[in-house]
Design a protein. Structure first.
Ligand code: KIV
Ligand code: NA
Length: 265
């Protein structure tokens, strides 16, 4: 199995082949996700919500992202592994952003980094690219700025914000990013951006016109409950599968039917 590269992402767009991505935060899940044939795995800072139970992605640290990314890298043979730079690790200035980017690459072994934002961080994005690190952009709903937005509602519904998003996407493309995530924006806008960019767009809640799709793995497997945005398709009900299995285990222990003779030494 040949490892997927950032160049393959761009080739897939040129060929018109859609790109499939999911998140992962640990070795065991990443092994399954990679084995199932996904093209790219994002070690998202959504680990804050999914793995830790925080209300936002803001608390994640560089050290925590490295821990998750290293765990994922250990389980992956084929997929491109992209790691989110956490809030605060690249917003201060270019020098600090490049330093943290190099640290995450060195200590996790991941293939690329993702940063939220456009014009505001373009200088830092260029610095990271200059260091030889592939960068994925992220526009639209950018959860690290939730305290500025005040809501997780659909972004760029008005013309001014749509024009800013398009301009930001062009900036990231011209700077040399290999891909751009578009989160929770109108499908028509995401299609327009996807047609204009030379590099692939990866959508989440951005309609079918993007060059690829990404979902949070725990959400699409139905492990999480109570998070039901319209863009989320649940491919399994692991919450029920796990609850039933664990309930059966509890019963078997109480009944003394586990372990049996074959399960004993
Ligand atoms: O952290 C995350 O999971 C993400 C994706 C939803 C794009 O950034
Ligand atoms: Na993220």
């Amino acid at each position: 199995t040949r490892k997927v590269t950032t160049h393959r992402f761009v080739e897939m767009k040129q060929r018109g082949e859609k790109i499939s991505m999911l998140t992962s935060y640990d070795y065991t899940t990443a092994s399954i996700v990679d084995g199932a044939g996904v093209d790219g795995i994002l070690v998202g800072d959504s680990a804050s919500n999914v793995m830790v139970g925080n209300g936002t992605t803001l608390p994640m640290t560089v050290e925590q992202m490295i821990y998750h990314a290293k765990s994922v890298v250990n389980g992956v043979k084929r997929a491109l592994v992209v790691c989110d730079m956490p809030f605060g690790s690249y917003q201060v200035d270019r020098k600090e952003g490049v330093k943290n980017a190099i640290k995450i690459m060195k200590e996790s072994g991941c293939d690329a980094l993702k940063l939220e934002g456009g014009a505001e961080i373009i200088d830092t994005v260029k610095g990271i690219l200059d260091a030889g690190i592939p960068v994925m952009g992220h526009l639209g709903l950018t959860p690290q700025s939730i305290n500025k937005f005040g809501t997780y509602a659909v972004r760029a519904k008005d013309d001014a914000e749509a024009e800013k998003l398009l301009a930001d996407a062009r900036l990231l493309d011209e700077a040399g990013c290999f891909s751009v995530v578009l989160e929770k924006v109108p499908a028509a806008l995401a299609s327009r951006v996807s047609k204009e960019l030379t590099v692939p767009t990866i959508g989440i809640g951005a309609g079918a016109g993007t060059d690829g799709q990404i979902l949070v793995v725990a959400d699409m497997l139905g492990m999480t409950k109570g998070f039901n945005p319209r863009f989320l398709r649940r491919y399994a009900d692991l919450n029920t599968v796990m609850t039933d299995a664990i309930g059966q285990y509890v019963t078997d222990v109480k009944d003394s039917t586990f372990p049996n003779e074959n399960e004993s030494y």
